[in-house]
Design a protein around this ligand. Sequence first.
Ligand code: BG6
Length: 500
Amino acid sequence: MHDRLHRSPAPPLTLVIFGATGDLTRRLLMPTLINMTKAGMLGDDLHVLGVSIEPGGDEFLVERLDTFLAANGMEQAQQSDAWQRLKTRISYISGDFTQGAIYQEISRRLQQAPSANAAFYFAVQPRFFGDITSRLAEHGLLDETAGVFRRIAIEKPFGHDLASAQMLNATLLHSAEESQVYRIDHFLGKETVQNIMTTRFANMMIEALWNNNYVDHVQITAAEFVDVGTRGKFYDATGALRDMVPNHLFQLLAMVAMEPPNSFDAESVRNEKGKVLKALRHYSRDEAAKNAVRGAYTAGPLDGKDLPAYTETPDVAPDSNTETYVALKLFVDTWRWAGVPFYLRTGKALRARDTEVVITFRQVPFAQFPRAPSRPDLPPNKLIIQVQPNEGLQMGISIKSPGLVLKTAPIELDFRYADHFDIGHQTGYESLLYELFLGDQTLFQRADSIEAGWAAVQPFLDLFADGAKPDPYAPGSMGPACADELIGRDGRVWHKIGDD
Ligand code: BG6
């Protein structure tokens, strides 16, 4: 494994981007490469080879990207020295990636490239993932010989249920080794998500309490303020559960619940995360019904505008049963977490953007503070890992209120990244692309974890497929009332979404 403490430039390679004229490339990949160049993570031996159906030569793609950066608030990046250097190393092949001819051309270009190393990035619709991989393999483009690496990078969704995820993995692994497949979950590029492991394993006072003796329950929230907007077609076929849970929320859950790995190398970390996902309890249909609720937002004011109901969103079926909010109560059946509920929720058009993990510890058992469990001034300790926005850590503890009588008061120890570090101006993909180029799979998902995640949500998918309507919730609220009932039945409440 490379030395994670020192940021040497990635090795020479060609980044082949399928879908080079699409939104992902211009909005994310190019700005990321520019940031990486500025930060010394890339040298001048990175070449980009764009592939897309649109006609044109090398200049066409460079001009396209240039214009986009300038017109979309990225003038600084567009005028940077990094971009001026990078764009001299961008070339383009126009053609249809469902046809063989283009792969011969890619092969020819790679033979001419200064380095034979290549990473193939599939910035295309997921239905093409299997086909492109098979064709790359057929043309020998995934052969790794004489120290040369060939890698593929794909981004979720990895299937839409357990069976399709298994099929996708089988297709990929028929043509490529697992060590060549980099499955991106962009949550793992977030600094604060990566910080979960450090928070736990670099701090004895935290890790020592990190088990069912001391933890009462865990809440994992990915609340979004944005509504479905122009993504109706994709979203109506997907829904909040598929879109967020088996991937992003389960990645957070795995980091919270994993055992300490033997080392921080990719396989050790992925083994431990995989074990957590495999230990998620698989519910029967009745259990799934008791442990899940869902909602869809109604029409109402949001952000100073009148938001139409989800079912009135363009490209959404008026009689749609798709949920824009889901909450689940799950169990991780391991020694460490036996009996500790994990409450997960995510939704759109909610009160605020707020992604966080809240660990609530058990109440002190003590009688010195009369009737401790019911005293509002002696709440249980909480650790809040604020993933976004306002990245940071907060710890809720109790102190003695100054004065002659023994009175306690809850206070918060509050750490915000922004107060101490500059973590702005990043796309969140820098570390992902860097690790892809270096060949470190720690931040990428392995086939078995993907399937374990889908296996745990499959009972909910089956349940939701029965046509029942999601419960309504008002835009700008904290979700449907049924979500409060789900957690309220256990005598608990959700942590408030957004700041007070
Ligand atoms: C994507 C989902 O994977 O993650 C989107 O498809 C969602 O629906 C997004 O909005 C959330 O990511 P982030 O980084 O904005 O929290």
